[in-house]
Ligand binder design. Structure first.
Ligand code: KIV
Ligand code: ZN
Length: 546
């Protein structure tokens, strides 16, 4: 194969840096909000996956975000762990909050940004180009007082005037930015345009060899991954991505797709990184066998389900349905498979535990699945496991995930379900009675009639909790096959424009439905409480980040 023409810049790494923004941009997906503990669980999984940098949040946005970044910096940002990054607009308050939150990390990065497109300058920032050009060096220099590792992004780069953006990037690098990140904020560019944008930056920003070029992009036209791969061919060495591609609107470029494209098509990409075509050195530091587990974990904790036909991690990604394909694969896998399911850590959903399994076996398997539970969570999950094992002989990895997710996703438990009872049938009006314990510890019982048993339960719960909301999604699915399978319920509800999700799993789907609803209501109720505390302290809270 003839090597493509490549220009390898002197200070550039000869591999691709993976910058994961699941906990920042990913968490901006409607309804994906996570508790501090859930963020910590995901951050640990990302460290095991081998990402280079974790963008842990936007510390100035809320006290909860600040705390999460600080906790991740403390616990996951260890000497051998990933760099922990915090997002900040190009303002002193934002940068200071990021610097403070990141203090406990061994290696920290501040990612500061300001828009450069005329649309954003005119309508959002109400600033002139000259004003932006003055702000950038001042804020990059200020960020440098907290850490040497500063990333700068010209937001909406994809729609910015390239000549102006070159100037801004030059100024940012001169002020000390070590990474310049090029965001296609609205997912507007095509692969060849995005590749040309990166090439233009390399050719026209005089000091570009002093910084690493990174890319960030949204999937509004389904082009984010293709755009990034074209950017790699043109000199980008850092990719900003999220697990399962979650994120603002249509999401971000999916980490698993980028990593596996670079892995499976290594020979194609090698020369663009100055390597010989046949080099077997991996192009990223990602441990691909952790991909599937991490994907399931993020999906379960965020309530963002992965579509079955999703590349790499969808339920059908390695399934062969047609007879011709099955026949071919049985004769030789290479006929219809370009990668092994094992390479992403996908194993058969084997029966792993039964009702005689002990706590140690339970904990060990959970650790292998990526869960590290506190003693209290482990005890509660073990009790649930025993309950389920009594009803269901064979417990698989998927059952275990469902049990643990059900257990850890109920926090913060403000309202607690004490009892749910329904009566229904083809000649009866579906009627539900529920008893809940409220945050003050008082038991409250109510009943309602609905169009079906779940509707009746939700109406009864609403009568007790009394927070107006609109149920916008209800999904119930079986965790495994079989009549004794557990049902997983995921719901989303809307309150004043914000979306809250809830998840629960149980062998009784009415109980699972009630618990999932209360879980979402607890998140909503918690957000209302946090907001009123913040208002009392008159601290700034942002609702929109970019
Ligand atoms: O999409 C975007 O432009 C962003 C920036 C903050 C990098 O998320
Ligand atoms: Zn973004």
């Amino acid at each position: 194969m003839k090597s493509p023409e490549v220009v390898v810049m002197s200070n550039q790494p000869d591999r691709i840096i993976i910058f994961d923004t699941t906990l920042r941009d990913g968490e901006q997906s409607p309804g994906a909000s996570l508790t501090v503990e859930e963020k910590l669980t995901i951050a640990r999984a990302l460290a095991r996956l081998g990402v280079d940098i974790i963008e842990a949040g936007f510390p100035y946005a809320s006290p909860g975000d600040f705390k999460a970044v600080q906790k991740i910096a403390q616990t996951v940002g260890t000497e051998n762990g990933p760099t922990i990054c915090g997002l900040a607009r190009a303002t002193k308050n934002d940068i200071k909050a990021a610097g403070e939150a990141l203090k406990p990390a061994f290696s920290s990065r501040i990612h500061t940004f300001i828009a450069t497109s005329d649309i954003h300058l005119k309508h959002k920032l109400k600033k002139t180009r000259q004003e932006v050009l003055a702000i950038v060096p001042e804020m990059v220099s200020y960020a440098k007082t907290f850490t040497d590792d500063v990333e700068f992004s010209p937001e909406d780069a994809g729609r910015s005037d390239p000549e102006f953006m070159y100037q801004v990037l030059e100024t940012a690098i001169a002020a000390g930015a070590t990474t310049v990140n090029i965001p296609d904020t609205v997912g507007y560019t095509t692969p060849s345009e995005f590749g040309a944008l990166i090439k233009g930056i390399k050719d026209n920003v005089p000091n570009i060899d002093q910084a690493i070029i990174s890319v960030h992009g949204h999937d509004d036209l389904g082009l984010a991954v293709a755009n990034f791969l074209e950017a790699v061919k043109n000199g980008a060495r850092q990719l900003e991505c999220t697990i399962n591609g979650i994120g603002e609107r249509a999401g971000n470029a999916a980490l698993e797709e980028l990593v596996m494209a670079l892995h499976v098509r290594r020979q194609y990409f090698n020369p663009f990184l100055g390597r010989s075509v046949d080099s077997t050195t991996p192009l990223t530091k990602i441990n691909t066998q952790e991909i599937y587990k991490t994907s399931r974990l993020v999906s379960n904790l965020t309530g963002m389900m992965v579509q079955p036909n999703k590349a790499i991690v969808g339920a059908n990604a390695f399934a062969h349905e047609s007879g011709i394909h099955q026949d071919g694969v049985l004769k030789n896998k290479l006929t219809y498979e370009i990668m092994d399911a094992e390479s992403i850590g996908l194993t058969n959903n084997q029966i792993v535990l039964g009702k005689l399994s002990g706590r140690n076996a339970f904990r060990t398997r959970l650790n292998e699945l990526g869960f590290e539970l506190s003693d209290t969570d482990l005890n509660n999950a073990f009790l649930r496991f025993k309950e389920v094992a009594d009803k269901k002989k064979e417990i698989t990895d998927w059952d275990l995930e469902a049990i643990v997710n059900d257990e850890i996703q109920q926090a913060p438990e403000l309202f607690r379900l004490e009892l749910v009872q329904v009566s229904c049938g083809d000649h009866a009006s579906p009627t539900a009675t529920v008893t809940l314990r409220n945050p003050e510890g008082k038991e409250l019982t109510d009943a309602a009639i609905g169009t079906g048993p779940v509707d009746a339960v939700y109406k009864a719960i609403n009568r007790v909790v009394n927070v107006p909301n609109e149920l916008i999604e209800f999904s119930v699915k079986s965790v495994t096959a079989g009549i004794d399978a557990m049902g997983e319920v995921t719901i989303r509800l809307r309150h004043q424009g914000h979306i809250y999700s809830g998840y629960a799993a149980n062998t009784d789907i009415i109980t699972a439905s009630a618990r999932a609803y209360i879980s979402a209501l607890n998140r909503l109720y918690g957000a209302i409480q946090e907001q009123s505390q913040v208002n009392n302290l008159s601290e700034p809270v942002l609702t929109s980040q970019n």
